[in-house]
Design a protein around this ligand. Structure first.
Ligand SMILES: Nc1nc2c(c(=O)[nH]1)N[C@H]1C(S)=C(S)[C@@H](COP(=O)(O)OP(=O)(O)OC[C@H]3O[C@@H](n4cnc5c(=O)[nH]c(N)nc54)[C@H](O)[C@@H]3O)O[C@H]1N2
Ligand SMILES: Nc1nc2c(c(=O)[nH]1)N[C@H]1C(S)=C(S)[C@@H](COP(=O)(O)OP(=O)(O)OC[C@H]3O[C@@H](n4cnc5c(=O)[nH]c(N)nc54)[C@H](O)[C@@H]3O)O[C@H]1N2
Ligand SMILES: [Mo]
Length: 752
């Protein structure tokens, strides 16, 4: 594909989305079947779209079309296969020189493969032998805490529940997960403040909100179905206020492919009524400014504050004492802009706050989220119709995995119930999160790395050190659907364990099985695939866990095989252990599933003190070195995290190239570069410099001092210890970097 940089003038969605969808289906060789498969996505009897965690409309009346959902389904449904012949032909070191786009493009994995470390090739291995290999490695460890068990967020509730049970029966809480890199700060901040680490809104609230504020999120690409809700809201006059350094097209204008009117007129519906291009990392300052303005205007819900909250006086004093000039410098917005946004908030009787990675992947993420929650509390925007907090989750079941106990810091109460239900004593010592896991491998403290999905090597920060960490392991093993970087950056021995995807029929002893997932708004429902499996050798994730547990655990009293014969049995156990899941099987089989409930939504405050808490936080100050810019690492329109579907970022006008760096005209001039120059990005940190070579500079509408480039190409730049305070999430949206003119080098030499 040739390189092209242009300006995209159309709305998000529209005909371009349809054209792109069909191109992706065609490229995977599945036009007929792909279309049939899409009709089943997010329908009561179908599968949950493996794309994102945005909830489905209920009752399901329409075809829930979404371009990026089509890409996710097409990628899973591809006709291409990675076979034993493929691995015989390509050595591991040759594959390691290929890029992520190539690896993804090879198709579905078909049988278990083992790398013994002798001749640079993966070789086929039987499932029994594969489980025996993992078991041997695990049993050889002097301490169960020397093993790590990662989870990505596509894993179903049933698989996740069994997996954490296996890991805890084995004897450790080392359960790092993709949440650690994603919404961890939301959980930490909100649990402390309102007693609930999840969002408090449901879809119907979007129909009643008078204002919706969207911070640090790009739904046009990452949660396209959310644009449907925003479009409806905009059309009925709801104010939509966006804070984002970039003008994301989906937040400006959207043409709904399901709507004939939108498609005929072509221009789409305007979405944002107010758009503030603040500085990267400037949200806390901006929100504090709005709090200051709202307090000054007196537009408070004093009854709510008095009855339901504590700590307001401190926040009030702190906001009133804050200097406007500091707020302006750090947010990059003027006082007038901030007061205007505050005015929209003060005039709205019901406001929803949405946020995603633009908020969570900063050092001060927890403080920013608590400031956002302060802002909501000021006007009682929690626990009333049309109002609340909406941290928009990423992976389709990342929220459910946490609910099921995929967490390195489980509560004592949870462990008590788990131990009682399965007659064992769970380990009590907290485990490693993602960054802790990398550190432990680097120090030689963990030697076995097992992953349930995901792509740890590419998704984690500090690519070079993460690679060193994985290479120090005795065994790395990955349950996966597609070949990825993590299979090539491996331990002394390595396994690839291929599994069924969401869209495929999962046949067990009792017949075809459905699994369950929990969306971003705590709705739990069934997902059942309808395509034949990509290979006859694939096992389901629950089956893999059960057989691994049988091979590994000598003392277990759990009837592993029996549980996976019929997933209803797993769900009965979940009902016994997990709060809110009583009568799980009966409730989840109803169309649309059930709502898990949320105490904060009912204005019940379950945390210490029994009231919602205001917390005052100082405005974080940026570095004062003018040679340094702040780099955010973001997703293009054609990728799913580390999975690269294509080389287009349509709404940002980039095509045929992923190594681009968006920069303002002012910075180009100031630093003596021109658009079209190739530069190396160098991140500057206390422990030294990290380099990512050869990025094409693209002049872009982005605030001065800020840069943007794609993840995972920029992950080598994220320092391992640059994390959100108290949450440990890599600060991948604020990397201090400088630019250096690039010399022409062979890029492939750069692969880890
Ligand atoms: N198609 C597709 N869908 C996906 C994914 C995917 O890769 N592809 N990934 C899934 C996952 S796991 C997740 S977590 C979500 C991610 O969904 P998003 O959070 O939307 O993903 P990012 O691309 O990281 O975009 C972050 C947004 O925050 C903005 N931003 C960056 N820094 C700041 C800041 O300091 N302040 C503010 N206010 N804004 C900022 C960026 O300009 C960008 O618009 O999407 C999920 N859905
Ligand atoms: N610099 C930077 N780094 C980031 C981010 C960022 O914004 N910037 N975002 C972070 C975020 S929000 C997240 S969530 C993480 C994502 O980190 P991960 O969740 O680890 O990564 P993914 O790319 O989603 O994983 C893709 C792989 O999952 C496997 N897979 C797909 N479907 C299935 C399935 O059904 N079962 C199994 N077992 N495997 C499957 C495939 O083999 C595929 O290659 O990355 C984080 N890293
Ligand atoms: Mo995520």
């Amino acid at each position: 594909m040739s390189k092209r940089i242009s300006k995209y003038t159309g709305p998000a969605g529209g005909w371009d989305a349809l054209t792109s969808s069909f191109r992706h289906l065609r490229e995977q060789g599945i036009v007929g079947r792909g279309a049939a498969t899409m009709l089943q996505a997010n329908q009561p009897q179908g599968f949950d779209c493996p794309g994102c965690a945005w909830p489905d409309k209920n009752p399901h009346s329409t075809f829930e079309f979404c371009e990026n959902g089509v890409k996710a389904v097409a990628a899973e449904g591809t006709r291409r296969r990675v076979t034993r012949e493929f691995f015989a032909e390509h050595s591991v070191s040759a594959l390691a020189r290929q890029d992520d786009y190539f690896l993804e493009g090879q198709g579905r994995l078909t049988e278990p493969m083992f790398y013994e470390g002798e001749d640079d090739h993966y070789r086929p291995v039987s499932w029994d032998e594969a489980f025996a290999i993992v078991a041997r490695h695990l049993q050889a460890l002097p301490d169960p805490d020397q093993a790590l068990f990662y989870t990505s967020g596509r894993t179903s509730n049933e698989a996740a529940f069994l997996y954490q049970l296996f890991v805890r029966e084995f004897g450790t809480n080392n359960l790092p997960d993709c949440s650690n890199m994603c919404h961890e700060p939301s959980g930490v901040a909100m649990t402390e403040q309102i007693g609930v680490g999840k969002g408090t809104v449901v879809l119907e609230d979007f129909e009643q909100a008078e204002a919706i504020f969207v911070f640090g999120q790009n739904p046009g690409t990452n949660h396209p179905r959310m644009l449907g809700e925003l479009r409806e809201a905009a059309r009925r006059g709801c104010r939509i206020v966006v804070f984002n350094p970039l003008r994301e097209r989906g937040l400006e204008r959207f043409a709904d492919p399901k709507n004939p009117g939108d498609m005929l007129t072509g221009g789409g519906t305007p979405i944002a009524t107010h758009y503030y291009q603040l500085r990267t990392g400037g949200d806390l300052a901006a929100v504090k400014g709005m709090i200051k303005a709202v307090i000054a205007s007196g537009a408070l819900d004093s009854d709510f504050i008095a009855e339901h909250t504590e700590g307001f006086e401190a926040v009030r004093a702190d906001a009133l004492a804050e200097d406007w000039s500091l707020i302006e410098t750090e947010s990059g917005l003027s006082r007038a802009q901030i007061e205007e946004a505050a005015g929209v908030y003060a005039a709205s009787k019901a406001t929803i706050l949405c946020w995603a990675m633009g908020i969570t992947q900063h050092r001060h993420a927890v403080a920013t989220i608590q400031t956002l929650m302060n802002f909501l509390l000021l006007r009682g925007n929690l626990g009333k119709p049309g109002a609340g907090a909406c941290p928009v989750r990423g992976h389709s079941n990342v929220q459910g995995d946490r609910t099921m106990g995929i967490y390195e810091q489980p509560s004592a109460a949870f462990l008590d119930r788990l131990g009682a239900a399965f007659d064992f004593s769970p380990p009590r010592k907290p485990g490693h999160d993602v960054v802790g896991a990398i550190d432990a491998m680097l120090r030689g403290q963990c030697q076995v790395f097992f992953a349930m999905g995901g792509n740890f090597a590419a998704a984690s920060p500090d690519t070079e050190r993460t690679a060193q960490a994985l290479r120090r392991c005795a065994l790395t093993a990955h349950v996966a659907t597609k070949l990825n970087r993590s299979h090539l950056v491996h331990g002394r021995q390595a396994l690839i364990l291929p599994c069924l995807g969401r869209t495929e029929i999962d046949l067990q002893a009792a017949g075809p099985q459905g699994v369950t997932v929990e969306d971003s708004m705590s709705q739990v429902h069934v997902s059942a695939g309808m395509n034949p499996p990509a290979s006859e050798h694939l096992l389901s994730e629950p089956a893999i866990v059960a057989r691994l547990a049988e091979a590994t655990l000598r003392q277990s009293k759990t009837r592993w095989r029996w549980l996976v014969e019929d997933y209803d049995r797993i769900r009965d156990k979940i009902a016994e252990v997990i709060e809110g899941f009583a009568d799980f099987n009966a409730r989840v089989h109803r169309p649309g599933g059930f709502y898990l409930g949320n105490a904060a939504r009912e204005r019940r405050w379950t945390q210490a003190g029994g009231r919602a808490r205001f917390f005052a936080h100082p405005v974080p100050r940026r570095h004062d070195d003018s040679a340094l810019l702040t780099l955010m690492t973001i997703r293009s329109h054609d990728q799913y995290n580390t999975t690269i579907y294509g080389l287009e970022d349509r709404y940002r006008g980039v095509s045929g190239e992923r190594r681009v760096c968006f920069i303002s005209r002012m910075d180009l001039q100031r630093l003596g570069f021109a658009a079209g120059d190739w530069v190396d990005l160098i991140s500057v940190w206390h422990d030294g410099e990290r380099v990512a070579k050869r990025f094409l500079l693209v002049e872009y509408d982005i605030p001065p001092g800020c840069l943007a480039a794609y993840y995972p190409e920029t992950n080598p730049l994220v320092p391992l210890d640059s994390v959100a305070e108290r949450a440990g999430t890599p600060a991948s949206k604020s990397i201090p970097v400088r630019l250096q003119a690039s010399r022409n080098i062979d890029l492939r030499l750069q692969s880890p």
